[in-house]
Design a protein around this ligand. Sequence first.
Ligand code: ADP
Length: 477
Amino acid sequence: MKNSLLIEKAYLSGAFISSKKTFEVINPSTLKPVGSLPDLTVKDCQKFIDTAHKSWEAWKSTPVGERSKMLRNLYNLINEHKQELAEIMTLESGKPLQESLTEVDYANSFIDWFAEEGKRAYGETIPSLAGNTRMQTIKQGVGVVAAITPWNFPLAMITRKVGPALAAGCTVVLKPASQTPFSAIALAKLADKAGIPKGVFNVITSKDSKGIGKELATNEKIRKISFTGSTSVGRTLMEQAASTIKRISLELGGNAPFIVFNNADIDKAVKGAVSGKFRNTGQTCVSINRFYVQEEVYKEFSTKLTEAVKAIAVGDGLKKGTQVGPLINSEGLKKVEEHVQDAIDKGAKVATGGKPIKGLFYEPTVLIDMPKDSVISTEETFGPICALFKFKTEDEAIKLANDTPFGLASYFFSENVNQCFRVSEQLEAGMVGVNTGLISNASAPFGGVKQSGLGREGSKYGLDEYIEVKYICFGGI
Ligand code: ADP
């Protein structure tokens, strides 16, 4: 496949660079290589940081209107190259092409949003208590930002960090996941074309996530680290960032509950369940992990969901009609197999699926009569498994939903407006989907509570993550 954006290089100071040592990126659908990229070292990483640091001076003084125009150019270029970007994404992540096309739009919506939002970093005037001062605040970018992103959304997890960072006048060193770095380099190519000055956005590729992560988290020149990935890596980065008191945003794992109450519209709930569960083969941090269904509707919901799941087409993301692709790698597949086996061993029944297909593919699965002590009730599966638990009362459902150290997304279906208010207020989660399985968009604050993270991405709050408030006091008036 010819694709002008598939570039086997890293991006430093406006140049596409190679190195002797490289690593391969594997297509999880075919298990064949997509290509190779420079396997850069911690020493190289220091060069990336120095470059971003040097470029910060000019970038922060560039008028916000100009920065906004460059982001707008980037937005237009992403639109023009949508098909190529989506193909790269499908090749390296395995997600169906239609989903990749949707992700490109979603990713670009953050560029669109922050190109505008950057212009609205308003300061304030503050009434002077004694009257003899004049007090004001201004908002300034925090400085050099390190962004570390995962493989499950190879483009969108980048733009929702890089969009606000650039808009706020910060420069960036990005370390994309080693499974999906080609989408990041393609973005760098378009940023280059958009006129974003050299050194402002840099992309380091490496297999040494640990070493590079530590350098980014401890180097004094980095003022902010923004990470999306697992809770355990987030915890490590937070500890490391403490050494230089860096600003930090963490978007970590979830264990999303999906509650179906007796008075829910069951057909709507089934639709919501399928969209909230099978996007990206269940490998998103807001994917439903635990279904809690109230007694009276348990049978109807499980029967209708099973029918819907049986109809899902699994295959190579480039094949027309594919709805669900493979797991990202053999560890991901192994985790799914172990979670299903554990549930079966403890008494769950398989309504459909329950087996690997071939390669990294796994059957879309519905498990019913889930036992309370199964691993799925406490750990994120990150796969195409619907695990259905039964409950009796609203209080019980809320207790079960909140019985986790995580608190990212949660969902419930109910046609009773009073219940909708009660339950949404009691769920311990950063985000609640009421009668919907899809909640993410650029204008909404995305983020978690408890061990699901710190900070919010997207929305008007997303810009604040990259901004310091400076207070200025004029005395002797
Ligand atoms: P996932 O389960 O999504 O792969 P990870 O937290 O392992 O979650 O990975 C998310 C991102 O963090 C990836 O870019 C990965 O390369 C990077 N990463 C993994 N380990 C570390 C680490 N110790 N320090 C910094 N980054 C890391």
